[in-house]
Design a binder for this molecule. Sequence first.
Ligand SMILES: [Zn+2]
Length: 316
Amino acid sequence: MSYRGRFAPSPTGDLHLGGARTALAAWLAARAAGGAYVVRVEDLDGPRVVPGAEERILEDLAWLGLDWDEGPDAGGPHAPYRQSLRLARYDAAVERLLAEGRAFRCWCSRAEVARAAAAPHGPADDGPRYPGTCRALPTPPPNDLRYRRRPSVRLRVDAEEIAFVDGVHGRTVEDPAATIGDFVIRRADGIPAYQLAVVVDDAAMAISDVVRGDDLVGSTARQLVLYRALGATPPRFAHVPLVLGPDGARLSKRHGSISVRALRDRGRSREAVVGLLASTLGLVPAGTGCAPRDLVSAFALDRILRSPTTLDPNAL
Ligand SMILES: [Zn+2]
């Protein structure tokens, strides 16, 4: 399989330095392998989508010197490259998993899952482990009010250690049945869950290598379970360690202006911004100015720093 990498921003605001750093790492990995680079806009979280943010993100990527072979503006053989235009594909995957008995409908509310959960908590942002309430309930009892609300759909996750070799961190093992349990692949409001949409798209777009932020390392085991359920070949994964603010907390707006746009507006050069991002990946010494293409020939995933690094946006 030829190398195909991607960057998948959510248009919820301007491109921030953490996202730009991930975009750079994924671009370098793709270009160093002589592969293609795809931009896919992940805009399923409707209420958080900011009008115009997609155009601004693409402008900022281009300003940094990153280019892409396929994307919402460039088109390509796997169009559309915007998730809100791909809903029929996600529904088809969910319906197939339901028909094959690999997924089931769940009528539990969030509060019910929290109350019934046996294990205290899975990974922080994923809430409590699903206790399996609706697993063995193929047809809800008629006239029971509880089953009149729209159900979500969950994937069956059986107890099993899922192992993968991460391009940055090496061998990683997780048992998603123990930490998360059967997870939601389509919400009760009909919106596909992040995990499902990402897997359906990466498979359909023949992505061979996913280079993304460390905050998603906990998603990988679930995504591997989904790849198998869908009969698709999973990509290789590499998770880039997070970038932290000067105080050691995850880089956020309270550390100052952390968008590429803000640095542009302050008159910083693209070489200075790219150099800053590359230095936090461990690819160049701090204070180096460079263009992305200068970094391609020497790039290798195992040169990326394995521990979180700090970045002070005010220092630039
Ligand atoms: Zn349930």
